[in-house]
Design a protein around this ligand. Structure first.
Ligand code: NAD
Length: 267
């Protein structure tokens, strides 16, 4: 893989929106082929269309639910058939369900863990199987969260935090196991990033109000004074995927405007 990765191929999950979509477009702009996988087939297809328009040699949209073993296998099959293989994977698909823990349903808990943690395992296992069998090096980047490292009070965030804590522990362990194969495994840690995940309001007006509130909190509480942009997270992912990061494995690249560096107490 060249440092700028032109000519290489990347598979992205959760590619239809937010950070995943920005990764698809960042890869396309650097001359890479991209498989854009998302549970929402229409979003996957439109991300691929945009990537083709942005200069990707070949981008394909593929419907894939990362929480379903057969769907992940078929998603990789389709990507490899269309693009001939892959050099990097951005395992990014995720969901967030927030509610007070004492009211949290077992089905909700399972769903968060199934998409965020089981889905991460299935996505990475499929990549590792194929890379090991081909004797190829590769780079895998998993999307974690500040919730893996610190608690956010009052947000009913426990299931999401547990899933992302699992992702971060998984990344460290997998990195050690696959270093002898030349396969690097790292995590990106986006802070509060301006994507549809950030707002949960039902209608347009409620979402707009919620976003305005979040932006105002961000301006006072995030050291850089604003939310992150998906393209800023994508730039970090592309660096981790590239051979510019050839000596980086088992690492977390924190892109959070300084959030995790800050103590809650100002003395
Ligand atoms: P988003 O909601 O904009 O995009 C998530 C995408 O994942 C959607 O296109 C959705 O259809 C897809 N998806 C959901 N379930 C799926 C499944 N089972 N299989 C395949 N695709 C599925 O969210 P985003 O903010 O871009 O989040 C991307 C990742 O970044 C997630 O893992 C999220 O936890 C993480 N993250 C986001 C933030 C943030 O502030 N936005 C912060 C930290 C971490």
């Amino acid at each position: 893989m060249s440092p700028l990765m032109s000519g290489s191929t990347v598979l992205v999950t959760g590619a239809g929106s937010g950070i995943g979509r920005a990764v698809v477009l960042a890869c396309a702009g650097r001359g890479m082929s991209v498989a854009a996988l998302d549970v929402d087939a229409a979003r996957a297809a439109s991300a691929a269309d945009e990537a083709n328009a942005a200069g990707s040699p070949r981008a394909v949209g593929i419907a894939c639910d990362v929480s379903v073993e057969a769907s992940v296998r078929e998603g990789y099959d389709q990507a490899v058939t269309a693009l001939g293989g892959f050099d990097g994977v951005c395992a990014n698909a995720g969901i967030e369900i927030n509610a007070p823990l004492h009211e949290f349903g077992l089905d909700q808990w399972r769903r968060v863990l199934e998409v965020n943690l089981v889905g991460m395992f299935l996505t990475c296992r499929e990549a590792l199987r194929r890379l090991v069998e081909a004797g190829s090096p590769g780079s895998i980047v998993c999307t974690s969260s500040p919730s893996a490292f610190v608690g956010f009070a009052g947000g009913g965030n426990s299931a999401y935090a547990a899933s992302k804590g699992g992702v971060s522990a998984f990344v460290r362990s997998a990195a050690l196991d696959y270093a002898p194969y030349g396969i690097r495994v790292n995590a990106v840690v986006p802070g509060a990033t301006d994507t549809p995940m950030l707002v949960t309001g039902r209608d347009e007006a409620a979402r707009a109000d919620q976003l305005a509130h979040i932006r105002s909190v961000a301006s006072s509480q995030i050291p850089l004074g604003r939310l992150g942009r998906p393209e800023e997270i994508a730039a970090a992912v592309v660096w981790l995927l590239s051979s510019d990061a050839s000596y980086v494995t088992g690492s977390h690249l924190v892109c959070d405007g300084g959030l995790l560096a800050k103590s809650a107490n100002d003395f």
